[in-house]
Design a protein around this ligand. Structure first.
Ligand SMILES: Nc1ncnc2c1ncn2[C@@H]1O[C@H](COP(=O)(O)OP(=O)(O)O)[C@@H](O)[C@H]1O
Ligand SMILES: O=P(O)(O)O[C@H]1O[C@H](CO)[C@@H](O[C@H]2O[C@H](CO)[C@@H](O)[C@H](O)[C@H]2O)[C@H](O)[C@H]1O
Length: 465
């Protein structure tokens, strides 16, 4: 490994967006390095290959370069280290020792990204694109959004958000594809542009245009759906003996409006992008993929094993259904943290799909009920997460169940009222998607938040009871 690769092998596993937590890094290689700002201070986009346990993932790193010893206090938290870089100070000849740091925290450097998108510039294999009929204000200072994210988002002057996709797969990111297809909808934040490069698809041995980042309108008045729901749950838990419908912070009106917004987005996606009907064979394959995901999860998480037969039965029942299943592009990783409440209503974000799945899989058409199931799981999460370690856990189990049930029903009613298919009439499909999502969540939590693994596990226990 080069000195830079050694540094990255220590720094990358500590980042929130690193998906391979818990496993040692066996190999790391800088696959490509694109110079956006030559010299020092300098800016490069790196595509880094990380090998772990027999598989290789790619990550995007925005690397800042400064002369050794010149990283000020404002960037100290972003420091990666000091190393010799080939062509470190472009124009000066040979290798040169540089301080390298995470440039997402450096507004001087990130300002260049916004300028490049505004101008539709291209630089060293990286293309910056502006959406037609948009005007972009430059000269805005960026700040990194804090929070539990799979990617990194920069907010420019409360006007735009630039989401840098961290884990890269060859292809256009579905977040960009779907947000662009929904442009003009009141239920999505307007897209302004994107950044892309070519990434090698080793299976096909071709270079594929691949999205590195997407620029969108920043919604100033937005409040996270998860935060709103968690506040409602907290209110309920602080009012012993009060039913969810009588509690001050009842969420069901919002849940119903969210259901209607979701149905409207599904309708618009079905109008703008391809749709189909699943053949019985494809439905069988989908059920099989749910079973395989369960098998992998149960082989790693022994606490899942007792529920595996009941889960398999639900997937089999789905495979045996003989009603044709309409499919289309869907959100793919829908939960309360992906929706925000603004002054004018709910807005849906992050159409990326499950960040751990290859892009081709995420682009596959699916039933809109998959998203409905995702949101129903999220109501369950919102109700249960405050029980973890709570002194009154046993006493609160019933209010938690009642809160989740009330909001599930309200969401489904809003979805049907808003023109979506009535989820209540498709229980077999809905159950299969809910179980599949819960299995995914067990794996996700085992990797990212082990203390929360019992949330989906408890739900599975209750669902199959
Ligand atoms: N356009 C936006 N306006 C306001 N807040 C946003 C916007 N986009 C994202 N956010 C905030 O950032 C959080 C993470 O964004 P998201 O796109 O879900 O990133 P990730 O894929 O990394 O999880 C969201 O939950 C939301 O609170
Ligand atoms: O938002 P991301 O695209 O990063 O999605 C991943 O992280 C989510 C957690 O932030 C995870 O969602 C799970 O936890 C949520 C509460 O934090 C809960 O509302 C969801 O229902 C639950 O699935 C998501 O699964 C994962 O892909």
């Amino acid at each position: 490994m080069t000195q830079l690769e050694e540094l990255l092998a220590t720094w990358i596993p500590r980042q929130r967006w690193f998906a391979g937590k818990g496993l040692p890094i066996d190999a790391l290689r800088v696959e490509s390095q694109h110079v956006l700002v030559p010299g020092t201070p300098g800016l490069r986009v790196l595509v880094v290959e990380v090998g772990q346990h027999g598989r290789t993932d790619r990550y995007q790193v925005l690397l800042g370069l400064r002369p050794e010893g010149s990283i000020g206090a404002d960037l100290a938290h972003a420091a990666i280290g000091v190393c010799e870089l080939p062509g470190g100070a472009e124009g000066t000849g040979g290798p040169c020792v540089q301080a390298v740091y995470d440039a997402t925290h450096d507004p001087e450097m990130t300002a260049r990204l916004l300028e490049h998108i505004a101008r539709g510039h291209a630089e060293d294999g990286v293309r910056f694109r502006r959406m037609p009929d948009t005007e972009i204000h430059t000269g805005l200072r960026s700040l990194v959004l804090t929070g539990e994210q799979s990617n990194t988002s920069l907010v420019y002057g409360e006007e735009y958000v630039l989401k840098m996709f961290r884990r890269l797969w060859p292809g256009h990111n579905p977040d960009l594809e779907l947000t662009a297809a929904l442009s003009g909808s009141p239920f999505v934040a307007r897209p302004y542009g994107w950044i892309e490069t070519d990434l090698r698809d080793s299976a096909a041995d071709t270079l594929v245009p691949t999205t590195l980042a997407m620029l969108q309108r920043y919604l100033r008045s937005a409040t996270d759906g998860w935060v709103l729901a968690a506040t409602s749950v907290r209110d309920l838990y602080a009012s012993p003996g009060v039913a969810p419908e009588d509690a001050g912070g009842d969420f069901s009106g919002e849940a119903e409006r969210l259901g209607a917004a979701t149905a409207a987005v599904h309708r618009d996606l079905a109008r703008a992008l391809p749709t189909d009907v699943l053949t019985p064979e494809s439905q069988g394959e989908l059920a099989e993929s749910m079973v395989s995901r369960l098998d992998v999860a149960a082989s790693q998480i022994t606490a899942l094993e007792p529920y595996a037969p009941a889960l398999r039965d639900a997937f089999d029942a789905f495979a045996d259904l003989d009603t044709p299943l309409p499919v289309q592009r869907v959100h793919g990783d829908y939960h309360l943290g992906q929706v925000v409440r603004t002054d004018s209503g709910w807005v849906l974000l992050d159409f990326e799909g499950e960040p751990a799945a290859p892009i081709t899989e995420r682009q596959r058409l699916s039933s809109p009920l998959r998203d409905v199931a995702g949101m129903l799981r999220s109501f369950d999460y919102a109700a249960r997460h405050q029980l973890v370690g709570h002194a009154r856990e046993d006493e609160l189990a019933e209010p938690a169940r009642a809160w989740a049930q009330r909001n599930r029903e309200a969401f489904c009613a809003g979805y049907a009222f808003g023109g979506g298919i009535d989820p209540e009439k498709h229980q077999v499909v809905l159950r299969a998607f809910e179980y599949d999502k819960a299995v995914y969540e067990v794996m996700y939590e085992a990797r990212h938040r082990p203390a929360w693994m019992r949330i989906p596990l408890d739900s599975i226990a209750a669902l199959v009871a």
